[in-house]
Design a protein around this ligand. Sequence first.
Ligand SMILES: NC(=O)c1ccc[n+]([C@@H]2O[C@H](COP(=O)([O-])OP(=O)(O)OC[C@H]3O[C@@H](n4cnc5c(N)ncnc54)[C@H](OP(=O)(O)O)[C@@H]3O)[C@@H](O)[C@H]2O)c1
Length: 308
Amino acid sequence: MATSQSDSFSNDSEIPDLSGRVAIVTGGASGIGKATCHALAKSNAKHIFILSRNENSGMAAMEDIRSKTPNPQITFISCDLSSFASIQRAANTFNLISPRLDLLFCNAAVCLVPQGLTQDGYEIHFGINHLGHALLIKLLMPTLLKTVPKWPHDVRIMVLSTCRWNWAPEGGIIIDDLQTTQPQLTSKERYGQSKLANILYARELARRYRTIKIIPLHPGIVDTDIMCRLQKKYLRAVYRKLGHELLTPEEGARNSMWAATAPRKEVLSGIYYDPIGVAGKGPKASMDRDLAVELWEWTEKELNKFCG
Ligand SMILES: NC(=O)c1ccc[n+]([C@@H]2O[C@H](COP(=O)([O-])OP(=O)(O)OC[C@H]3O[C@@H](n4cnc5c(N)ncnc54)[C@H](OP(=O)(O)O)[C@@H]3O)[C@@H](O)[C@H]2O)c1
């Protein structure tokens, strides 16, 4: 398939051997996350953890990966990113099993779901896509930092955002009422806002944690269940008119795998990549230091209510 981004990096031939490295993939039971787990397994990652809210899909994904790859060490941990308590249990479980964490893929997300709140009372896109991952990162940070000096390679966090950050409302993030369903916004604005937050938060994390690389990225437009049937039909038609196809989940995992494994000098921390290896096409708002700091401080305040 010819696409503007899929030809530049191949999961199979360009990923270095990942022996010894431990990885977590949120939303690793389906779509791009599952393809990422498969690519990690093929590259001999030491231990892959699928964090998913759905045990049945998690088990099915592990079985599928095991049937295609000889003896991967792969473990399912239940984690519902809409619940701080569930995230805390998942982080505790992980920390009991593994003393190290080399690669964290913040991949799970909801997109264009109806108005709602997470179990802790935040707008549902923002609560799952940004705040849930922010808590997971916070709880895993001691393990990530402990891993840094142990190997000559980087410890990296890949944050799946989207080119649809531009759906965010005017002002970028409407911080004042994130503890409502934000009925004044469209679902596109709510999704775009959460994905802009992914980019801004990654940038701020990168500024504060210089020994870890944090890489926000767009995976491409990928044929997964995050889109409803009608959206897929529409997008397929638009892409065909342009002479392209939607990416497969395996192709969609390439930017994540590139960010996780490309040579240190080629990957900048805190910079948004879209497509593979191309930095700097991110939103102007991602350069808005004031907004990034405001988001950081709000996020810390909210997370500290739970774990402070
Ligand atoms: N597909 C695209 O064209 C596209 C474009 C731009 C960006 N992205 C980004 O790529 C990432 C992967 O998406 P995808 O396309 O692979 O879609 P997907 O197959 O729907 O994957 C999303 C994953 O997130 C999980 N998830 C949703 N809510 C969760 C929660 N509360 N707790 C834990 N896990 C939860 C889902 O689990 P369940 O199966 O239990 O729902 C699913 O495994 C997302 O961050 C998305 O925003 C995708």
